[in-house]
Write a protein that binds this ligand. Structure first.
Ligand SMILES: *Cc1c(COP(=O)(O)O)cnc(C)c1O
Length: 385
């Protein structure tokens, strides 16, 4: 039989990070020592007290059945308390919070609840690839919002045509931003609320890196007046507690938007393993010195890499948050040719263009290997630059 894929599947670009991972594995199999600064997957282990709670929770038969729905009461309460403490935002745990099988899952499913054929979705580029694939699966039209250095990597709303705004259903935003590392200001989010109200656009803010910061704690979109009328915010335990493998995140904010996503999820999955939700409660409510410790480690790594890159004559955008470094490449290179050059000495980075056309001219380094290896990576780069 001839297997024929759907137009949607065929129109998807290759999933960048899986391609990068493949390349890395191929080289490793050939015995090459690889320093992987490509995919943003924390190398540090999940804090012990979280793992301990999980161990017990796994043994409890009440956790062995379908979890279903928005999440256990303890989880939704823990999120509401954490939000209040961290952002001074009130959330109703009954209607304004929903657990997710990682925030990627929620982001990917969201447009199915709101986007019909011909509807536009605003997607930042360069950006996390899931925004665009979620729109492709939902059958919507993508309008790319370029994040440019001259605008400090914030969206320039004046550059979006009115005809597009009139047909727009959803807008994705992500601050602290992957890959540019930029953080949003209150004024920026106020402008977002204003545009959303004027054009009836649902705001979807991906806040996966809110806890990975080096100076000021970044703000939540929901802190801004009127935000809850127009939007929701995605969070993840993946980066904050080194739990990428566990698959747990959450969405919060406008209850009608969450109800839409919930309907999609009721039909596609059956919730987050209850034992993982119990472990997430331990993460959100337990001691937070592990998060502080992690920030210190990333900061050290950031400083070592930035120092090294500067000494190599490269220009970097100084990261206030996230565990990435967004680095300008020499004028005579493309982001692909530059990344290939680094790969020839066993250093993996993400070519900026892989995350969107405005990423051309940059590469992204993830600070997810230890300081010694970062120093080694800089030494190796010296040989080819
Ligand atoms: C890592 C990441 C996520 C996804 O995290 P999950 O592990 O799915 O919770 C979401 N958005 C951005 C921008 C990310 O970098």
């Amino acid at each position: 039989m001839r297997i024929k894929y759907s137009k949607k599947i065929l129109s998807l670009p290759p999933y960048l990070f899986i391609e990068l991972d493949k390349k890395k594995r191929q080289l490793e199999q050939k015995g090459v020592d690889i320093i992987s600064l490509g995919v943003g997957d924390p190398d540090l282990p999940t804090p012990k007290h979280i793992v301990e709670v999980m161990k017990k929770a796994v043994e409890d038969p009440k956790n062995h059945r379908y979890p279903f729905g928005k999440g256990i009461k303890e989880f939704c309460d823990a999120v509401a308390n954490w939000y209040k403490k961290r952002f001074n935002v009130e959330l109703d745990p009954e209607t304004e919070i929903h657990s997710l099988i990682g925030s990627k899952e929620g982001i990917a499913h969201l447009p199915l609840a709101f986007v019909d054929e011909g509807d536009y979705v605003l997607v930042p580029e360069p950006g996390y690839p899931v925004y665009q694939s979620s729109v492709i699966f939902a059958g919507g039209e993508i309008f790319y919002m370029s994040l440019k250095e001259e605008n400090k990597f914030l969206v320039d709303f004046d550059s979006i045509p009115k005809e597009v705004l009139n047909k727009t259903k959803l807008m994705f935003l992500n601050y602290p931003n992957n890959p540019t590392t930029q953080v949003a200001t209150k004024e920026f989010f106020e402008k977002v609320v204003d545009i959303a109200k004027r054009y009836n656009i649902i705001v979807v803010h991906d806040c996966a890196y809110s806890e990975i910061y080096f100076e000021e704690p970044p703000i939540s979109f929901l802190e801004v007046e009127g935000a809850k009328d127009v939007g929701i915010e995605f969070h993840s335990l993946s980066k904050t507690y080194n739990m990428t493998g566990w698959r747990i995140g959450f969405v919060c904010g406008n209850k009608d938007i969450i109800a839409g996503l919930s309907k999609v999820k009721d039909n596609f999955d059956s919730g987050v393993f209850t034992a993982i939700q119990e472990a997430a409660v331990a993460a959100l409510e337990g001691p937070q010195d592990c998060v502080e410790e992690m920030r210190k480690i990333y900061k050290e790594r950031r400083d070592v890499l930035i120092d090294g890159l500067k000494k190599l004559g490269l220009e970097v955008f100084f990261p206030k948050a996230t565990f990435y470094v967004w680095c300008k490449i020499p004028k005579n290179e493309t982001s692909i040719s530059f990344a290939e050059k680094l790969l020839s000495v066993g250093v993996v980075c993400t070519p900026g263009v892989g995350m969107g056309k405005s990423g051309e001219g940059y590469v992204r380094f993830a600070l997810t290997v230890d300081k010694k290896r970062i120093e080694e990576a800089v030494e190796r780069m010296k040989k080819v630059l």
